[in-house]
Structures are given as C-alpha cells and as structure tokens.
Design a protein around this ligand. Structure first.
Ligand code: 4AD
Ligand code: MG
Length: 432
C-alpha cells in the first residue's frame, strides 16, 4: 500500500489535518476510557490520545495491545497543545499494528551500564541517546558548513597506512598481503601533501588508537577532523580554531534546542563559547599547577587532572601553547626564539572535558626535518614521500585535529565518550 506518511517532526505543517505516521510505541498509559500513546519515529516524539467513545471498537482494542517498541501506523488529527513537550498532540482515529513486541529488554527502570552497552543497538532508541546522536549529526553538519564557506576542500587520507603519524606505541597492526600495515592514527601527514596541492584542505574520517587506557575520554576508534593550511602560521592557526569551535557550538545552540533540553544541558555555559579564547603558555600552566598544590615538573605532559585544573579557571575553551619540543610529535616547528618549545597548541574544553584539539605549525625546513628523522629513528624509506614535501616548494603551513567524540561529550554534557558515537569501540568491547 502506498501510504502518504508524515514525520512527527513535520506535524507543525499539518495542524488540524489528518495524518498517518509510521512509528514505535515508546510508552502507554491508560486512564479509564482514554489511552495515551507515547509515539516516536526518530524525527521526534508525540502523544497520541485514543478516546474509547470516539473511535471504532477495533481501534480501541488494537491500541490496548500495544507494548513498548511495538511498531505501527497511527492515523489522527494534529492538535496544537502548548502543554505537551513538542507542542502538538494527535487525536487518534486509526491504529494499524505492524508488530506487537514482547519482552523488550530496555524497560523504563534503571539498567546498569554494561547491560545497556550490550544492548547498544536498542539503547540508541531512547530519547536521551537519540538526542545525543542528533546533536552529533548537527555538529558534523556545522563542521562541513564551516569549511565549505571558507573554500577548504575535503580530502580523504588512507585508512591503511605503512607507517605511524603520532608515535608507534598504539598502532593497530594488520597484514597487507605480504607487507605489514597499520590502521591510521591520524591523516595529518597525507593532509600536508594535500595542502601543498590544494591550499586549504580538511579530512573527516575514522582514526584508530590501540590505547590500553580505560578512561572516560578514550575510544579505540574515533573520528577526527583534520584541516591543513598552506601559508598559515601558528597565530592564524589558533584564530581558525577559535572561529571553528565557536561556530560548532553556536550552530548546535541554534538548531538543537529540544535535544539539549532532553539532555538537561546547562546552555548558559555554551552561550559563552564565542572567540577569542584565552591562551596560556605551557610555562604559565606549569607555574599555575605548581602554585596550586600539583606535583609537576617542567617537561612532563599534562594528565586529565592537570587539564581540568587549568580549564576550571576559564568559562571558554583555553589554548595551552608552546609545549616542550621533547614531548611533542616530531613534525612540530620549534619556536625560532626558543627551540626547546614548539609552535603548537592544545585546546582544552571547559567543564573538565579535556583536550579536544591538538595542532601546530609544521617544520618546513628540509634539514631540520632530516635531523628529526634521525632523532626519532624514523625510517626514511617509509617516509620518503613526506620528506619530498620539504624538498619541492616547501612553505610554512599549519593544521590541527579536532576529536569529534570529545566535542560531542562536551557540548552534550556527558560523563563518558561511550555515549557519543553510535557503536563505541572501547578497550575490551567490540560488541555489538
Ligand atoms: O592530539 P592528537 O593526537 O593530534 C593528532 O593526531 C594530530 N596529528 C592532529 C593534527 O594536527 N592534524 O589528536 C587530536 C585530537 C585530540 O585533541 C582529541 O580530541 C582526539 O583527537 N583524540 C581522541 N579522542 C577519543 N579517543 C582517543 N583515544 C583520542 N585520541 C585523540
Ligand atoms: Mg594531543
């Protein structure tokens, strides 16, 4: 049968009209001669009201058979209703059951995290998980829009790579016929090649880190957005980042009000996320930590508690710049005035969400790059192509990587990154 279906998200265009909706029953409540159906179709939620005296006997009975997650076509008249959450209600005139569900495992009672994770394929139907995934999709839309409006080209670096980008300790190994290969940790090196070809580029893809860390910020598979820009220096790189992150947050505020409400997110904190963002140097951060009771030596890397302590001083994301050369990646450009630190920045999100961006200006001098290869014992064979970029028309260039899931966790106000991605890959979890 060819049905002319309406989405719940579109009922505002059909006030006082009769519509048919394909949906699932989220919940049902009966009070005497009235049944209240909480219906969902992915685009939103609506309450369907079935009044016994106003519908054929069959409709009343069928409505009574519906259980949680039963699927159906419901027909009714759209009514404006200011008391209801979405602003509309459906006066039901017809119910056509597709399937009556029994024993749906996720009931309205509280469930443990492991149970929910085992049922992630169903858990994503819940209002809260739906809201998170809708916001994730909006963040992705905002990201694409930001770069499209600024003449960046989308470039896709490879997923299977012969060598590492961010160090060798957490590589996922696989065979590539007779050769060894690794799942990409970052597309950056390839994006540098692309920037020399197309000027301003960005990638948006999955990255993999076999990190044995079981924290609320680490995923084994996560999505990274990596812009790379020819003729752009450290300072301009930071400006692009603050415009970028402000744009994402403001776009979610504009387009996802209901979802943020479902998550009970304090949006006043997000409203303040407009550039410029505060900046402190690594040196200043170390001094601050030492003065505030942290045992910390210059030359160490920050852990989560340090990042949180620093971020707590600010309402907006904060840049920590000029880290020691020793603890950062081989490709970062040293500060010409102080080669023991590099022209880099990590962006730390407010409210304890930690590092969401890592970026830097890149080394463009061929001799220094050769030197770094020796220091880091990198195989010149594997990276010959990368060295070529410094040999043929090398220019100053910069870029950064934004972690999508940490950004979603922060904007949604979530305790753990496991809820930020449809099917999280975590330490010891590959199912479902
Ligand atoms: O700081 P990272 O390691 O930087 C790079 O990979 C650079 N090559 C990026 C570039 O300059 N093109 O990672 C960038 C971001 C981090 O700030 C963090 O948000 C996220 O990626 N990230 C993770 N997110 C979830 N789980 C993990 N295990 C992550 N590791 C990094
Ligand atoms: Mg980093």
């Amino acid at each position: 049968m060819n049905r002319n279906l309406c989405m719940i998200g579109d009922v505002n265009k059909h006030i006082n009209e009769s519509v048919t909706i394909g949906c699932w029953l989220h919940n049902i409540r009966s009070s005497g001669k009235i049944r209240f159906l909480q219906l969902r179709d992915g685009s939103g939620f609506i309450q369907g009201v079935v009044v016994k005296s106003e519908v054929p006997e069959q409709v009343w009975e069928d409505a009574g058979k519906l259980t949680q997650e039963s699927s159906l076509y419901v027909t009714g008249t759209v009514r404006e209703d200011t008391r209801s959450k979405g602003g509309f209600e459906l006066t039901v005139t017809g119910v056509e059951i597709i399937q009556v569900t029994s024993d749906y495992p996720i009931t309205p009672k509280e469930h443990g995290v492991d149970f929910l994770m085992d049922h992630r394929h169903l858990w994503i139907r819940s209002p809260r998980q739906r809201a998170i995934l809708v916001i994730r999709a909006q963040i992705i839309r905002a990201i694409q829009q930001f770069f499209d409006e600024r003449s960046f080209h989308l470039v896709d670096p490879p997923i299977l790579t012969p060598s590492s980008c961010e160090g060798t300790t957490n590589l996922f190994h696989t065979k590539y016929f007779d050769e060894d290969a690794y799942l990409t940790q970052s597309g950056q090196l390839y994006m540098e090649a692309a920037a020399m070809a197309l000027g301003r580029v960005y990638s948006f893809g999955p990255t993999f880190r076999a990190e044995k860390s079981k924290t609320r910020r680490h995923l084994i598979e996560f999505w990274m957005i990596e812009p790379e820009m020819a003729f752009v220096t450290h300072e301009e790189n930071l400006q692009v980042q603050e415009q970028f992150v402000s744009h994402i947050v403001q776009s979610v505020l504009q387009n996802c009000r209901q979802e943020l409400e479902t998550l009970e997110r304090d949006t006043t904190k997000l409203e303040q996320v407009v550039g410029p963002f505060p900046r402190i140097t690594y040196d200043e951060a170390v001094k601050f930590l030492q003065e505030n009771g942290h045992e910390f030596e210059w030359g160490e890397d920050f852990g989560a508690p340090h990042e949180t302590a620093i971020a707590e001083k600010y309402e907006k994301p904060v840049f920590i710049t000029h880290y020691p050369t020793e603890i950062k990646a081989f490709y970062m450009k040293p500060d010409p005035n102080r080669p023991e630190v590099v022209l880099c920045a990590d962006m730390i999100a407010p409210e304890g969400y930690g590092e969401i961006i890592g970026g830097s200006q890149r080394i463009d001098d061929p001799e220094l790059m050769e030197e770094r290869f020796q220091q880091h014992e990198l195989s010149k064979e594997a990276y010959q192509w990368y060295l070529d970029l410094r040999k043929y028309g090398s220019v100053p260039h910069s870029g950064f990587g934004l972690g999508l899931e940490r950004t979603v966790a922060w904007i949604c106000g979530l305790d753990h990154v496991r809820e930020t991605i449809p099917f999280p890959r975590l330490l010891y979890r590959l199912y479902p």
